[in-house]
Design a protein around this ligand. Structure first.
Ligand code: SF4
Length: 177
């Protein structure tokens, strides 16, 4: 079943064009605006208001992406990217057309996302290569963990998960995607 209605414009909190902490390699990170999770100790509370931030200019984001030939991939962080899944799908598709891998952060668990029927959620999940899932839990905060803030969060290899039909964790920050 397709949803032909145009999604609301994507709202973002900001962009970091050359991050080495938000996934493997050098990454172009888009922080989406709006988050329903309100995790105590959240590192980025200014992203919570869905009406905050600014409207994203997708062509200009893609032009910036195309300028950086050294990028390994693109990361959608937040905020909660899956709140704006439909608006992110065209951007995710453009990332994959460019041969870049896509990592997505979420405060939901993978098991919740696979049952969500909101527009774009399943398509965005199908385009992502890596998923960092689960809320930030202050009691499980661990700054030594690569790519995540608390030990309850998982870095899921979605490519291998789809192949295996069960959750496969991403094993190494040096592993090829
Ligand atoms: S999911 Fe992320 S942005 Fe949202 S409240 Fe939790 S830590 Fe903050």
């Amino acid at each position: 079943m397709s949803n032909t209605a145009s999604p609301e414009p994507l709202r973002i909190a900001g962009i970091v064009p050359g991050s080495i902490v938000d996934g493997p390699g050098i990454r172009f990170v888009i922080f989406t605006q709006g988050c329903p999770h309100h995790c105590p100790g959240c590192h980025n509370p200014k992203t919570h208001d869905p009406k905050g931030g600014s409207e994203a200019d997708i062509p200009s984001i893609l032009a910036r992406l195309d300028e950086d030939l050294l990028l390994s991939g693109v990361t959608f962080s937040g905020g909660e990217p899956f709140m704006q899944a439909a608006a992110l799908v065209p951007l995710a598709e453009a990332v994959k057309v460019r041969g870049k891998n896509l990592m997505v952060y979420t405060g939901y668990q993978y098991e919740q996302l696979v049952h969500m029927e909101q527009p774009g959620v399943q398509r965005l999940l199908s385009l992502a290569d890596l998923l960092v899932d689960g809320p930030f839990v202050l009691a499980e905060k661990d700054l030594t963990l690569p790519y995540r803030g608390s030990s309850n969060q998982r870095v899921i290899d979605l490519v291998r998960t789809r192949e295996a039909g069960e959750i496969v964790l991403y094993r190494s920050e040096y592993e090829d995607l």
